[in-house]
Structures are given as structure tokens and as C-alpha cells.
Design a protein around this ligand. Structure first.
Ligand SMILES: NC(=O)c1ccc[n+]([C@@H]2O[C@H](COP(=O)([O-])OP(=O)(O)OC[C@H]3O[C@@H](n4cnc5c(N)ncnc54)[C@H](O)[C@@H]3O)[C@@H](O)[C@H]2O)c1
Ligand SMILES: O=P(O)(O)OC[C@H](O)CO
Length: 381
């Protein structure tokens, strides 16, 4: 190992929402004990005034509250963050000389941040791991682009970005309930891959397995949010486990088919890692996308006439207290892509979910989207 490689890791978490703070609990505890890592973990915070739990009439800046109470009272209430996790509202200061960037903002907010990050991280040793579940789209070709790839392009200079995806509902991770997660990365050497895994792995509760298939892991993380909307519709209609199991099965096939068409070399085994089937299951049972879609279905069933976009915004506002829904954005983007490529007939479930969510199609027709796809079906499952 060279002297440079022996320099300490400096972690900067970009984002401090529900998942950002939950993963900060794991990274903070690991940074305090791993010999190759600086103890301090910086967490960039989009600063906003938050109501204080002790005095509901007063507000204070979120960064100040996190650094004094060691709790994100808005996005992860009731969970103490390790005291070595420092909330920093100045992005430049937060990522100064970082060697590991952990990207965990809702993806719509990321592009504005990347130029400042690029200019301030460690000049030669920085890499990234994205925890963001979403997709970008090429402006010219409209083809889907992995967010990890968009990050690599924006950071330039050979910057490499892996992903951490898995069945990881943030509140459960933060409360240290046992779960698995998948780190997909291919950094410059096995030592770096393993050090990165160790930074996230916290056995026995948070068990991280590493794979090479970044595209497969990341695409699964984005697409399962679409299926979760369908799961919410099924729950809102009052159907039981059989219908939801059918929806999950077809949803997984459409996810695999999407990967086969749009991303090269996605591996079959990825679908049975935590980032595949396990994430699909947990999101469809307890995730925010599922919960909001269930509410949408219930409101639609009582003849709610509001414009669909407005209704989703109202539901997000009512149920999530500032957290962001990702599935509605993803299904709009994926539908536009499939329409543009004349592939809608090959994705009856994704199509049904979009039409129910945004065109006024009755929620009860969700079951029509759950059927075996015709002869154009291609998949590596
Ligand atoms: N919450 C989970 O259980 C979970 C689990 C796994 C992956 N993820 C993924 O992690 C990513 C981040 O999700 P999250 O749950 O941590 O976030 P969140 O939905 O809880 O929070 C929203 C965040 O966005 C910030 N924000 C609001 N306006 C902003 C602006 N203009 N610019 C920058 N930031 C702004 C808020 O301060 C807050 O930190 C998403 O891609 C999500 O799919 C979430
Ligand atoms: O709450 P959701 O629907 O955004 O899903 C959360 C996570 O992605 C589950 O792994």
C-alpha cells in the first residue's frame, strides 16, 4: 500500500433527509471505530427552519438543531445521530478534501450541487457511492442514464461512483432492525472496494454484500418505486396478498425487461440480491410510494375530482412532512421513454400505473396491467 492510500478516509454525506440521516447513524458509528477513517463525518444539510420539539411555537435552523440535539427532528425524529456526525450547511466546507462522497438527496436536487462538490473534494483520491433511487435521461437521445454515471460525468477526471441499494426503509435501519444492503461498485482495486464495504457494513444489523453490477442494482432501485405505486393501488382497493404477489411478480419481470432493453450486462443474480427482489418487497409493503398511492386510490374511489398532479402533491404534503415521493417522477419519465420507443405494449403494468396515476384511468383497472407480457418480452430472468 502506498503512503497516499494510507491517508485517512474523509466521509461527506450529501443530503440529510430520512435516508441520509439513517445512513449517517451507520457511517458515524463505523467511522468512530475503523482505523483507516477519520472520525468526523460531515453531512451537508439543506438548511431550513424547523419547529423545535420542546417548543412548537419556535423554529431554528435544521443544521443548528442537528448539531445541538444530535437529532434531525424533521426528517428522522426520535433517532439520535452519533455526535461525530456534523451537520454543515455550507457545501464547500462540508465536502472539503472528502475522499468518499455519499450521495443521498432526492435526485432532482443533485445537479445544482455537483459543480461545487467537484471543486472542493480531495483532488486525487475521491470516489462516490450513490444511495439515490431514480434515473436521469439523456437530453438528446432520451435514453435512461444511471445517476451514478451522471455523477461521474459531472465530477470528471476519472471520478468513479458506485451505489448502495437494498431493502432499506430508513426508519427501520435507523432503529437498528436487521436488514441487508447491496454495495455495487468497481473501484480501482479490491482493497478500495472492501474498505468502502466496511464503511457501510455494520453487522449483525446492517449487512452489506458487494457486487460489481452497478447498472442492475441502480436500475432496480429506481424501477421498484414504480411498482410500489401499483402496490399502493392494490392496497387502496382492499385486495389481499394474492393480488399484490401477482403485481410484484409481473413488476419484477418488467424491471428485468427494462434492464435488458436499456442497460448492457445487467446480471441475473442482481435480481435476487437485497437491491432486487428484497427491495421490491419491502417498498411494496411499507414504503412511502406505496403509502401515498394507497391514499390516492382511496381518494379516487370516493370520486375525488382533483387534477392528478395536484392530488399527488397534496398527498405528499399531508403524509410525508417534507420528504419526497420518487415513484411519481419515475413513472412519468419511464412512460415518456416507452412511448417514444413504441414499447408501451411490452410494459402493461408500468403503463397501467402511469395511466391510473396521471390520466384519470380508474384505479380498479390496475389488475388489467397484471398479466404475462406478450411475445416481445425479453429478459434475463
Ligand atoms: N427514505 C428511505 O427509506 C430511503 C431508503 C433508501 C433510499 N432512499 C432514497 O434516498 C434518496 C434521498 O431520500 P431521503 O429519504 O433521504 O430524502 P427525504 O425525502 O426524506 O427528504 C427530502 C430532502 O430533500 C431536502 N431538500 C428539500 N428541498 C431541497 C432543495 N431545494 N435542495 C436540496 N435539498 C432539498 C430536504 O432538506 C430533505 O433533506 C432518494 O433517492 C430516495 O429514493 C430513501
Ligand atoms: O419509502 P420509499 O417508497 O421511497 O422506499 C424506501 C426505500 O427505497 C426502501 O428500500
Amino acid at each position: 500500500m502506498t503512503t497516499e492510500q494510507q491517508e485517512e478516509e474523509k466521509i461527506c454525506i450529501i443530503g440529510s433527509g430520512n435516508w441520509g440521516c439513517a445512513i449517517a447513524t451507520v457511517l458515524g458509528r463505523n467511522a468512530a471505530i475503523l482505523p483507516f477513517c477519520s472520525e468526523a463525518v460531515n453531512m451537508w444539510v439543506y438548511d431550513e427552519p424547523v419547529t423545535l420539539p420542546s417548543d412548537k411555537k419556535s423554529t431554528a435552523k435544521l443544521s443548528y438543531v442537528i448539531n445541538t440535539l444530535h437529532e434531525n427532528v424533521k426528517y428522522l425524529p426520535g433517532v439520535k445521530l452519533p455526535s461525530n456526525v456534523r451537520a454543515i450547511p455550507d457545501l464547500k466546507e462540508a465536502c472539503k478534501n472528502a475522499t468518499l462522497l455519499v450521495f443521498v438527496t432526492p435526485h432532482q436536487f443533485l445537479p445544482n450541487l455537483l459543480p461545487t462538490i467537484r471543486a472542493n473534494v480531495h483532488p486525487t483520491r475521491c470516489r462516490g457511492v450513490s444511495l439515490i433511487k431514480g434515473l436521469d435521461f439523456d437530453e438528446m437521445t432520451k435514453a435512461p442514464v444511471l445517476i451514478s454515471k451522471s455523477i461521474e460525468t459531472a465530477m470528471g477526471g476519472g471520478f468513479k461512483c458506485g451505489v448502495l441499494m437494498g431493502a432499506n426503509i430508513a426508519d427501520e435501519v435507523a432503529r437498528r432492525q436487521m436488514c441487508e444492503s447491496t454495495l455495487a461498485c468497481d473501484f480501482e482495486d479490491d482493497g478500495c472496494n472492501e474498505r468502502t464495504r466496511q464503511l457501510f457494513d455494520e453487522p449483525p444489523n446492517f449487512r452489506v454484500t458487494r457486487i460489481n453490477d452497478v447498472a442492475g442494482a441502480e436500475a432496480c432501485g429506481a424501477l421498484k418505486n414504480i411498482v410500489a405505486l401499483g402496490a399502493g393501488f392494490v392496497d387502496g382497493l382492499g385486495f389481499g396478498g394474492n393480488t399484490k404477489a401477482a403485481l410484484l411478480r409481473v413488476g419484477l419481470l418488467e424491471m428485468a425487461q427494462f434492464c435488458a432493453i436499456f442497460f448492457q450486462r445487467v446480471e441475473r443474480g442482481t435480481f435476487i440480491e437485497s437491491c432486487g427482489i428484497a427491495d421490491l418487497i419491502t417498498t411494496c409493503y411499507g414504503g412511502r410510494n406505496k403509502r401515498c398511492a394507497e391514499e390516492f386510490a382511496k381518494l379516487k374511489l370516493i370520486e375525488h375530482k382533483a387534477n392528478c398532479d395536484e392530488l399527488w402533491m397534496d398527498i405528499e404534503h399531508k403524509l410525508l412532512n417534507g420528504q419526497k415521493l420518487q415513484g411519481t417522477l419515475a413513472v412519468k419519465e419511464v412512460y415518456a421513454l416507452l412511448e417514444n420507443r413504441e414499447l408501451l405494449d411490452s410494459f402493461p403494468l408500468f403503463r397501467s400505473i402511469f395511466e391510473i396515476a396521471f390520466t384519470g384511468r380508474p384505479v380498479s383497472t390496475i389488475t388489467e396491467g397484471i398479466h404475462v407480457i406478450g411475445k416481445r418480452f425479453v429478459s434475463n430472468l
